[in-house]
Design a protein around this ligand. Structure first.
Ligand code: EPZ
Length: 429
């Protein structure tokens, strides 16, 4: 577990470049299983989650290794192992993405059911329903999902919810199915478009991606390719909020403007000054005003930006209402923000925030990736020192050197080895 000490009060100034997208890299690395040959995937963020996915690929008999900090080479031959390792799939839910590619390539896949996590039970019923529609025989034994299909057959698949992962699982499996698959009520996130672009470049026939109807015409095989991952829109949004919450002025380079439109609009509504300057976004913090937010599937406001925005709205004028419609338990950060003086009440999936003049540094715990980011952001603006205990290393799982990037913008952050270094007896007045 990492402990990050933050001394608040510095306004962030300067320029920062966004890394590659975690939520693009993970499904695309899984999709390499569908190909034969050597893939080179570039602009891959240097994250623990990426390292975990590389270990999953190796456990399947695939040769996967970093070529340099941000590129991974994945060599796949005509067969892979059919069983994904329990310890890795339960360590990272996104490992479940390998089930579709293994099934489509090998006709048999055995993958542990991913556990829940801090933000919700995270079922995979939509993934399973979709693969069943493509002809998979599905059983569950001793915590493993086992799927069999000599050859998947294209079909019409209606998604009960536009699940990002389930859309990706079904789209990947359908690329090698016999005939045409139509996914209805599909998710439209940029990471799905990125995955589709990788698959199309590898020889898949996919149309309609980025809309709620995706059509896939099955082919017999996919070839290994070179591919560059899109920038991480959630990291970009997090860095934009770091500028806003500290009343600073930061230029974020490398984000795709339309991928962060909803965050830009909400920041402007909350009284930040946001200017688009070519391929960069300049954010100047103002006195934060209350705004209401409802998280929705893309292109709505992203659930992955909700904790960070909750931190921003904790400081400022007026009352904000945040409605989290995507996950059932994504307010863990609220209990910790309250320890810093935030005035937030919870009613089911709604948070009501009364902005306060100042937050106070405090020891806090983060149990999920975006909650951790939110607590760091709050620590940047709080009076005094905060200590963020990053339970299970979520922050470094999902952000490439976030603390280093923030320090380069003027933040006062360091990693500490033990908690007593910060809150000793003599600190008590
Ligand atoms: C992806 O998770 C992202 N992860 C999440 O980012 C992101 O929050 C989420 O999409 C929503 O945008 C990756 O891409 C690796 P979902 P995923 O399936 O695919 C329910 C981060 O911080 N659901 O769209 O798991 C589910 O319980 C992470 O980077 C079912 O009920 O999200 C949730 O309530 C957190 N059955 C809702 O749908 C299913 O079979 C959205 O989940 C699948 C999902």
């Amino acid at each position: 577990m990492r402990r990050i000490k933050i001394r608040g009060g510095n306004s962030l100034e300067g320029e920062v470049t966004v890394s590659g997208s975690k939520n693009s890299a993970l499904p695309i690395l899984a999709a390499t299983i569908l190909t034969s040959g050597t893939n080179t995937i570039t602009n891959i963020p240097d994250l623990l989650d990426v390292k975990t996915m590389i270990r999953v690929l190796r456990a399947l008999g695939v040769i996967a290794e970093y070529q340099e900090p941000n590129s991974v080479r994945v060599s796949v031959n005509h067969s892979v192992r059919r069983v994904a390792p329990y310890d890795l799939v339960t360590k990272m839910r996104a490992s479940f993405f390998v089930i579709g590619p293994i099934l489509a390539k090998m006709g048999l896949a055995k993958v542990p059911l991913p556990g829940g996590c801090a933000i919700g039970s995270r079922p995979v019923d939509i993934h399973i329903k979709g693969l069943k529609a493509l002809g998979a025989e599905v059983t569950q034994e001793h915590g493993f999902i086992i799927m069999k299909a000599d050859r998947l057959k294209g079909s019409r698949v209606y998604m009960d919810f536009p699940s990002v992962g389930a859309t990706e699982t079904i789209m990947m499996a359908a690329t090698l199915a016999e005939g045409e698959t139509l996914i209805e009520n599909a998710a439209k996130e940029p990471e799905i478009v990125d995955l589709a672009n990788y698959l199309i470049k590898a020889g898949a026939q996919i149309s309609g991606v980025g809309t709620e109807e995706i059509k896939i015409q099955g082919v017999s095989q996919l070839k290994a390719i070179e591919y560059r991952i899109i920038p991480d829109r959630i990291e970009a949004g997090t860095l934009m909020i770091a500028s806003a919450i500290t009343g600073g002025e930061v230029v974020v380079h490398g984000a795709v403007r339309e991928h962060v439109d909803s965050t830009i609009n909400k920041l402007r509504e909350a009284n930040s000054i946001v200017k688009i300057e070519g391929g960069s976004i300049r954010v100047k913090g103002g006195k934060t005003k209350a705004v209401n937010i409802k998280t929705l599937p893309y292109p709505g406001f992203p659930t992955d930006m909700q904790p960070q925005f909750t931190a921003l709205l904790s400081l400022g004028q007026g009352t904000s209402v945040i409605n989290e419609t995507v996950f059932e338990n994504r307010f863990m950060h609220v209990h910790e923000l309250r320890r810093m003086g935030a005035e937030i009440s919870l009613e089911g999936r709604t948070a009501i925030i009364s902005g306060v003049k100042a937050l106070e540094g405090a020891p806090v715990k983060s149990r999920d990736l975006r909650a951790g980011a939110a607590l760091i952001l709050a620590g940047l603006a709080a009076e005094g020192e905060s200590l963020v205990e990053d339970i299970d290393g979520h922050i470094e799982r999902g952000y490439e050197f976030l603390d280093k990037k923030l320090c380069a913008l003027g933040a006062n952050i360091e990693e500490v080895s033990n908690i007593s270094a910060v809150y000793e007896e003599d600190n008590l007045k």
